[in-house]
Design a protein around this ligand. Structure first.
Ligand SMILES: NC(=O)c1ccc[n+]([C@@H]2O[C@H](COP(=O)([O-])OP(=O)(O)OC[C@H]3O[C@@H](n4cnc5c(N)ncnc54)[C@H](O)[C@@H]3O)[C@@H](O)[C@H]2O)c1
Length: 411
């Protein structure tokens, strides 16, 4: 009921008022102790919503009434909740990322394949109409081949973001790998978007990863990384560079850039898309504001479940390239380098009453240099050795790598 699940409740209530869905039941271990006010505000009693404190009990008692279950809970709980729903024959709207462990993902894909309808992984932006129209134009060859793709994900998060919940910023919980990070979680949408642009086998395809080289850093007192520099090549030989960070203050800046033979495309999520033609034609600008990702994803998934569409926007198998990229980035880096104290500054945002950890202009400079030239910060930021170039054959090293990163922690 809390965190992002609250947004799902608001969206579902809206769709219910329009007669499109009906919320049958919901569950949270702290349903009554922490969410009594929400239960009233969301009018559960009037709407006949049954409330449970354990998801298994909810599924056992409500399975015949359910068409899908929304799993908007801590990442480390997604697999077991998906299993419980799948065993009852019910597909899930799984919040992204479904998991960040490639082995667990394969288990989920296998389980999901036994369902009459596939689960959805809720990456927000794949169903955006402007994005889909541009991808189709790319596939039709209007912009020529993609020469290079880059992602800038400057996503400030205050220091207390990592204390909001027990899994935030964690590499492991017990023996389980979690890998919550700025790439695996908040910027996951954008990284998945990049792989969508690069997928050449049709509209709903994502590029497979061939090689990865990455450097991971942390400025916050967390287990995982809050800054990633990742260079990957796709199976088709295209180059993708991603620079994403939470170690910054001020404005959020996101830009997906595709340098193509005939044009440069820039997509700024939540704002607009730009097409810069290289032959002197006037540039195009397409406004993308007003798109409500959560509402549109519920509606698109509903259309799939009622047979009006042939597939969910992103299936579990479609998220494989994203999970591989994330896992290979950890394996390639081999370490999460603490950013040198002298490079870090602390900023108080008085309006928000929040503290931010940043690197002043240095982060933006390093991100720009990396995206333009592929130059990693490396030794200048305290790395002891260069990152290793890895291929998917290295995936079996994931668990040992993460355990070693965890063992090396001094926080
Ligand atoms: N699509 C988006 O834009 C978006 C935005 C934010 C978060 N997310 C995703 O949503 C998911 C949840 O993230 P969050 O930050 O809201 O997490 P959170 O830790 O705030 O948890 C969300 C809710 O899950 C509940 N919960 C915990 N254990 C539970 C259990 N055993 N059974 C039922 N409920 C349980 C918590 O009480 C909380 O109310 C993550 O996968 C995250 O990546 C997506």
């Amino acid at each position: 009921m809390g965190g992002f699940a609250a947004m799902h409740h608001l969206t579902v209530a809206e769709l219910e008022a329009e007669g499109l869905v009906k919320l049958t039941c919901t569950c949270d271990p702290r349903a009554d102790s922490a969410f009594a006010a929400q239960q009233q505000a969301w009018r559960f009693a009037e709407r006949g919503v049954r409330v449970f404190s354990h998801y298994q009990q909810m599924i056992d008692q409500c399975r015949d009434a359910l068409d899908y279950v929304v799993v908007s809970t801590p990442i480390n709980l997604h697999a077991e909740m998906h299993r419980a729903a799948a065993e009852a024959g019910i597909p899930c709207y799984l919040e992204k990322p479904a998991t960040l462990d490639y082995i667990e993902l394969e288990e989920m894909i296998a389980r999901d394949a036994r369902l009459p309808r596939a689960s959805l992984v809720g990456f927000n932006f794949i169903i955006g109409p402007t994005r889909r129209a541009l991808k189709q134009r790319l596939l039709d060859g209007e912009f020529g081949a993609i020469l290079e793709a880059t992602l800038l994900g400057r996503t400030p998060r205050p220091a207390d973001y990592f204390y909001r919940t027990d899994w935030a910023g964690r590499l492991m919980m017990g023996e389980r790998i979690v890998l919550d990070s700025c790439l695996g979680n908040a910027n996951a949408h954008l990284v998945h978007n990049m792989l969508f642009w690069l997928g050449q086998g049709g509209l709903s395809t994502w590029a497979d990863i061939a090689t990865v080289r990455a450097e991971l850093y942390r400025a916050h007192a967390i287990e995982g990384a809050d800054t990633f520099f990742v260079q990957a090549s796709s199976a088709e030989g295209q180059i993708l560079r991603c620079a994403v960070t939470h170690a910054c203050a001020g404005e959020t800046r996101h830009c997906e850039t595709l340098r193509c033979e005939k044009a440069e495309l820039r997509y700024i999520v939540g704002s607009h898309a730009e097409i810069h033609w290289l032959d002197g034609r006037p540039n195009e600008r397409i406004d993308t504001r007003g798109f409500d990702p959560l509402r549109e994803n519920h509606l698109a998934y509903r259309r799939y479940l009622t047979g009006e569409e042939s597939r969910p926007a992103t299936s579990l198998a479609d998220s494989r390239p994203f999970v591989h990229l994330n896992d290979l980035a950890h394996i390639s880096s081999g370490e999460i380098t603490p950013l040198p104290g002298e490079l870090i500054s602390h900023t108080r945002n008085e309006r928000e009453q929040k503290d931010y950890i940043s690197m002043s202009g240095r982060m933006q400079e390093a991100m720009n240099r990396f995206l333009d030239t592929g130059t990693f910060p490396g030794k200048q930021w305290g790395r002891r050795s260069p990152a290793v170039l890895v291929t998917p054959a290295a995936l079996p090293k994931l668990h040992d790598t993460v355990r070693a990163m965890h063992a090396a922690l001094d926080v």
